[in-house]
Design a protein around this ligand. Structure first.
Ligand code: C2E
Ligand code: CA
Ligand code: CA
Ligand code: CA
Length: 275
């Protein structure tokens, strides 16, 4: 039998259909990807709005399947989430990121995205504690980025989890603020330390008076609540200037730097790449 992609697609084409077959193929590849070491972490700089000084890095997952086709995390993470492998994959991400950050100069923080199922793992708090213990990273140098979806799905339990993490000193950022199910009650009820204003508002800043008004009000609200505010997806000098004026305390985006492999991130920090 033919063993190339087309052969397979003919074989399964009838019962599953094209997109379902593609999904199944991604699932099979994903299930092996972790042990085959096909994942890599990239690091995107976050800087202080007023000073431009490096504040830390957000960790972003990259996957290079052996077939050469790279796939965006937006595409494969939801599949990994459905397959139930995000807790394991997320555990690897957390540990790798914290180990890396433990070698950085002291005030720098590492921001790690946490998927909804990972956050709902019964022992998530203990996992974080164990990783901090094993890597020696100070809890207040770890920021977990949570989405509104995660907060909605099991509100009471998520709240308890986040409170325990905060008690440990871990920072909690609300990611993609303004998209999805944004609710001011999240800001009231959840023990957040930061809001990340979604790129969609940042890119509309110069053309939409409404977007500008929203950014200003969200930044003001965050400030009054004692939260830090990162603007995401900042691509131009003009956006940066405007966002700082509107009160964003941190800036992240291609204008500052793209997500980069660890060797390049390490070079930015003025250190020799490891191994
Ligand atoms: P996110 O957490 O909102 O990450 C920001 C995304 O915006 C990243 O896309 C980043 O590369 C991109 N970005 C940053 N600056 C700019 C900019 O100036 N312009 C534009 N156009 N894009 C910019 P990426 O790396 O493709 O990740 C997409 C999403 O996948 C993330 O959105 C996050 O939801 C998810 N993701 C990525 N890595 C992880 C991970 O390690 N764990 C989990 N659970 N989710 C992850
Ligand atoms: Ca994020
Ligand atoms: Ca985001
Ligand atoms: Ca996003």
């Amino acid at each position: 039998a033919k063993r190339d992609g087309r052969g397979c697609s003919r074989l399964y084409g009838d019962s599953l259909g094209r997109s379902a077959w593609r999904r199944r193929s991604v699932e099979v590849q994903l299930s092996r990807a972790l042990e085959e070491r096909e994942f890599e972490l990239h690091y995107q700089a976050i800087v202080g709005g007023l000073t431009g000084a490096l504040a830390g890095f957000e960790v972003l997952l990259r996957w290079s399947p052996p077939n050469g086709a790279t796939m965006r995390p937006d595409e494969f993470i939801p599949i990994a989430e459905d397959m139930g492998i995000m807790p394991v994959l997320g555990g690897w991400i957390l540990e790798t990121a914290c180990r890396e950050a433990s070698t950085w100069p002291r005030p720098l923080t590492v921001s790690v995205n946490v998927s909804p199922t990972q956050l709902r793992e019964a022992n998530f708090v203990e996992q974080v504690r164990a990783v901090l213990g094993a890597t020696g990273l100070d809890a207040h140098r770890l920021e977990l980025e949570i989405t509104e979806t995660a907060m909605i799905e099991d509100r009471a339990r998520t709240l308890a989890t986040l409170q325990r993490l905060r008690e440990m000193g871990v920072l909690i950022a609300l990611d993609d603020f303004g998209t999805g199910y944004s609710s001011l009650s999240f800001l009231q009820d959840f023990p957040l330390t930061r809001i990340k204003i979604d790129r969609s508002f940042v890119s509309a800043l110069e053309t939409s008076r409404k977007a500008a008004a929203i950014v200003r009000d969200v930044a003001g609200l965050a400030r009054n609540l004692g939260l830090s505010v990162t603007a995401e997806g900042v691509e131009t000098q003009a956006q940066l200037k405007r966002l700082v004026e509107e009160g964003c305390s941190e800036i992240q985006g291609y204008f500052i730097g793209r997500p980069e492999p660890r060797e390049i991130m390490a070079a930015r920090l003025g250190r020799a790449p490891r191994g």
